[in-house]
Design a protein around this ligand. Structure first.
Ligand code: 13P
Ligand code: SF4
Length: 320
């Protein structure tokens, strides 16, 4: 039998109205709850702001709250802390990582950079604070193209850690990017063959894909963009049916803002629905409540590292 969640003094949480308690703690702490679109729907509904990676860092940069409760993954909460060294930044589960960040360790990234000393390093925000500190400009999927277009054409560029986003940007901008070979475990699972079969069964559906998907999937998409881009496309399109190739948490906002439209998750190999990020889904309402009640786990960063990681993030915010 699975034991129910316990508090620190071993009291079960089942008797608590978690939503009410979280709202009470939020007022008491002067906290803001920021959530990514890939969080479970209950968390999204409770958050003060739900958005993509860029919007969440902009919100973190602008907040006047004393405490930032980040419902997302570690690199996002770290970015909030880099921007707000004096604030308490909480992440409900410190183990909420990211395959892109984990696949790009700082020592190997440093060696990669050293091989291309003339190159400017534009690095996807899905990376550790150490890798940010070794980068020139950070980007997200919603501003990467805009940032690359601001780099003089004669300036060579390395792009890390997502090779699929990198290839998409090469196609979009016509620039040669030296790519780090990383990928997202969720977006890599979508199957071209199953997607084509699904499209045949839904001939009027528009296919919307995140640029972390492999090229073989992106070539079947009517629209490729960030989570916010995907949401906006669905809101503005006259189509009524959509196949969505990104983490399935986004479907919650799509269904909320377009209740009359139908959204179908893109399938994995053999038609499986495997579009759930195991890292994002580590955060739960129970852990959210506990992290606020106990003011832990907290994000902490070495000050010298924080200052080095801040520079490329500020450049991103200026260039967005
Ligand atoms: P965006 O929300 O910025 O599109 O990023 C998606 C993602 O994979 C976050 O980990
Ligand atoms: Fe990382 Fe992929 Fe999860 Fe986003 S969906 S946090 S890129 S593993």
């Amino acid at each position: 039998m699975i034991a129910p969640p316990q508090t620190e003094n071993h009291q079960p949480l089942a008797h608590l109205d978690l939503e009410k308690e979280i709202v009470r703690l939020k007022r008491q702490m002067n906290a803001v709850i920021l959530a990514h679109f890939y969080q479970e729907s209950e968390i999204q509904d409770l958050a003060d702001f739900v958005g993509d990676s860029l919007q969440l860092s902009q919100k973190a940069a602008a907040t006047s709250a004393d405490v930032i409760v980040f419902c997302g993954v570690l690199f996002m909460a770290e970015t909030a802390k880099i921007l707000n060294p004096s604030k308490l930044v909480l992440l409900p589960d410190l183990k909420a990582g990211c395959s892109l960040a984990d696949g790009c360790p700082a020592n190997l990234f440093r060696a990669f950079r050293e091989r291309y000393p003339e190159h400017v390093a534009i690095t996807y925000i899905n990376c550790s604070a150490e890798v940010k500190a070794l980068s020139d400009i950070i980007c997200t999927s919603s501003n990467a193209e805009k940032i690359i277009r601001q780099i003089p054409p004669e300036q060579p560029i390395v792009f890390a850690p997502d090779q699929h986003l990198g290839r998409f940007l090469i196609k979009k901008t016509g620039r040669e990017l030296r790519l780090w070979p990383g990928s997202c475990i969720v977006h890599e699972m979508f199957s071209e063959r199953s997607l084509v079969q699904l499209k045949e069964r839904h001939p009027h559906a528009k296919t919307l894909a995140h640029p972390e998907c492999p090229e073989a999937v992106l070539r079947h998409a009517d629209y490729v963009g960030s989570t916010t881009g995907i949401l906006k496309y669905a809101e503005q399109s006259p189509a009524t049916e959509f196949i969505v190739a990104t983490e399935n948490g986004i479907l919650h906002q799509m269904e909320k803002s377009c209740p009359e439209k139908k959204f179908i998750s893109a399938p994995g190999e053999g038609g499986c629905s495997c579009s759930e990020c195991p890292h994002m889904k580590l955060n739960t309402m129970e852990k959210l409540y506990l992290c606020m009640r106990d003011r832990t786990p907290e994000i902490t960063l070495d000050e010298e590292l924080r200052q080095r990681a801040l520079r490329p993030i500020v450049r991103m915010l200026e260039m967005s």
